[in-house]
Design a protein around this ligand. Structure first.
Ligand code: PGA
Length: 252
């Protein structure tokens, strides 16, 4: 049985002080999550990783990005050895905001994912179509290419540990969430695509998340779908009360 995962994506939010405040209130929710076999985590900015890692014991702490080179002349970038040094084992890759504003391509994502799995780290690879592509009925075509190119040429044994997040761009931060039927259809399609690439054993273990305007009121509907193993949550993960409410509602 695959575990459920609730992962908060804090994006460019929270000072170190604010992140510390959130992290120091997580002991109860971590206990509850453990008792209910749910994985819980957050992805703060690089600046807050160390503080959150220290304070939010038992939570997954993920970076929001990394570079594929270990070091060198890449101003403003952070490498995988730097993250590992802080004890960070998870990293979001290819979020649609990075694809839009930072020219993150499937090829670049693939380089980062290959490097992460070679370091026994967990990539959370984000895929999803724009509104234009959705309206043109191109969702599966777009997502298939993102999965095939982003997850190309990985060692078969490493694939089972990868997490994929389906986040329709038109549903991110817009309040316009995709229906649970769409989420199930595309999350199942992602698993099928991975099965074709790496076989059933790997595909059955991969966690596939839905993301896009998830909140306490709708999380249960998504997580009740057989192919939706969890949620990647932006806005509703920023406040401890709403984070806790999502966790409680998803296990109900
Ligand atoms: P949202 O963001 O929950 O605020 O829509 C989700 C995401 O971008 O991961």
């Amino acid at each position: 049985m695959r575990k459920k995962l609730l992962l908060g994506n804090w994006k460019m939010n929270k000072t170190v002080g604010e992140a510390k405040e959130f992290a120091s209130q997580t002991a109860e929710l971590v206990k509850f999550a453990k008792a209910n076999k749910v994985l819980v985590g957050v992805a703060p900015t690089y600046l807050c990783l160390e503080t959150v890692k220290k304070k939010a014991k038992g939570m997954i702490v993920a970076a929001q990005n990394c570079h594929f080179e270990d070091k060198g002349a890449f101003t403003g970038e952070v490498s995988i050895p730097m993250l590992k040094d802080l004890g960070i084992k998870w990293c979001i890759i290819g979020h649609s905001e990075r694809r839009t504003y930072d020219n993150e391509t499937n090829e670049k994502c693939n380089k980062k994912i290959a490097k992460l799995v070679a370091n026994d780290m967990v990539p959370v690879y984000c895929v999803g179509e724009t509104l234009e592509q959705y309206e043109a009925n191109d969702t599966k075509k777009v997502v298939k290419t993102q999965v095939e190119e982003g997850l190309a040429n990985l060692p078969v044994d490493s694939v089972k540990n990868i997490v994929v997040a389906y986040e329709p761009v038109w549903a991110i931060g817009t309040g316009k969430n995709a229906s649970e039927a769409i989420a199930e259809d595309i999350c199942g399609f992602i698993r099928k695509t991975i099965r074709k690439m790496y076989g059933a054993k790997a595909a059955n273990k991969v966690l596939v998340l839905y993301g896009g305007s998830v909140k306490p009121e709708n999380i249960k509907a998504y997580l009740s779908q057989p192919n939706v193993d969890g949620a990647l949550v932006g806005g509703a993960s920023l406040k401890i009360d709403s984070y806790e409410a999502m966790l409680h509602n998803l296990v109900k």
